[in-house]
Design a protein around this ligand. Structure first.
Ligand SMILES: Nc1ncnc2c1ncn2[C@@H]1O[C@H](COP(=O)(O)OP(=O)(O)OP(=O)(O)O)[C@@H](O)[C@H]1O
Length: 301
């Protein structure tokens, strides 16, 4: 088994059949930065015995008997760890690198959307508490500041002229006129935090998600949050006690239509009654799974 691995490494890493021999006859300067180093004389005295079959298939020149290649690899069970490590390095022909084998995952943009009252704010607020390295984008708005709201935390409150200037300068990733007020996502905020390696979470309504999908396509992750049933969603909206009867009717009717857009998203998270923690965990798992993808999403804004 050990030999099979060794042979594979040799065939992959050392195409030159003489390199192994050369490495054995020259000093190993990098070894001294390694905790498992052995003094050079030990390695120079070591020899590996490569099987005839392996040598003839991998190193035809050696098979012809032009260069003997012998490094002694001590028995793994009884060997000194450092000696074994160094002998293996010598046998494969190059020092073992401590560089990361997998590339760093890219920062992500996660778009969280779903019908009104499903729990977008609740999930995002909890995610904020439990997960680091995430930036929650603060939207720019022309709406007046409400009591208790903090500029730069809840929204960036800007005048209509300032907002129109931002549109002209292409500073917004997406914007919309909502009930007479502009709302938009500043690009610079996303760029700045992604450059620091942070993931970005955007909370948008279904229409906003559709616009972002057109702009970002598959470079962002789109998560659709949904209640377990219409019945549960309506009860949640009633319990929130923030809506007038007209507003309740509009939100419920809109939610019916919005659920049809689920298929345009990458993931669906069912935010069940009393199970907010599970929903947050699932969103975290989605982020983790995205980070583990071999083909990472790459965002250009
Ligand atoms: N899993 C859950 N179980 C019980 N209640 C929940 C759950 N998730 C959210 N809620 C509650 O449901 C109500 C609606 O949630 P929230 O305000 O977060 O929804 P939203 O999707 O952000 O709504 P909107 O789009 O109208 O702003 C809140 O009172 C919230 O505390």
């Amino acid at each position: 088994m050990l030999f099979r691995r060794l042979y594979t490494s040799l065939t992959n890493s050392n195409r030159n059949p003489f390199l192994l021999y050369q490495n054995l006859t020259t000093p190993f300067p990098n070894f001294h930065s390694n905790p498992f180093v052995l003094p050079t004389p030990t390695i120079l005295k070591s020899r590996v015995f490569l099987s005839k079959r392996f040598v003839s298939s991998s190193f035809p020149a050696m098979a012809e008997g032009k260069r003997p290649t012998h490094v002694h690899i001590p028995h793994p069970e009884s060997a000194d760890k450092a000696e074994l490590y160094r002998a293996l390095e010598a046998a494969v022909g190059s020092p073992f690198s401590s560089d990361a084998l997998a590339p760093e995952p890219h920062p992500l943009i996660i778009v969280v959307s779903g019908p009104s009252g499903v729990g977008k704010d609740a999930v995002i607020n909890r995610l904020r508490e439990v997960r680091e390295n995430i930036h929650f984008v603060v939207t720019a708005t022309t709406r007046g500041k409400r009591e208790g709201e903090v500029d730069g935390k809840d929204y960036f409150f800007v005048s209509k002229d300032e907002f129109l200037g931002m549109i002209e300068r292409h500073e917004l990733l997406e914007y919309a006129l909502v009930y007479g007020d502009y709302k938009g996502i500043p690009k610079e905020q996303i760029r700045e935090h992604m450059a620091k390696g942070l993931d970005i979470v955007l909370r948008v309504d279904i229409q906003g998600a559709a616009t972002l999908r057109r702009i970002l396509r598959n470079s962002a992750v789109f998560v659709f949050l949904v209640a377990e049933s219409e019945d549960a969603l309506v009860k949640r909206l009633i319990d929130r006690k923030t809506e007038s009867k007209e507003s309740l009717l509009v939100r419920i009717a809109t939610a019916r239509e919005e659920v049809r857009h689920m298929k345009e998203f990458d993931y669906v998270v069912v935010n069940r009654e009393g199970e907010l923690e599970n929903s947050v965990k699932l969103v975290e798992s989605i982020i983790d799974a995205e980070k583990a993808k071999v083909r990472q999403r790459t965002v250009k804004i």
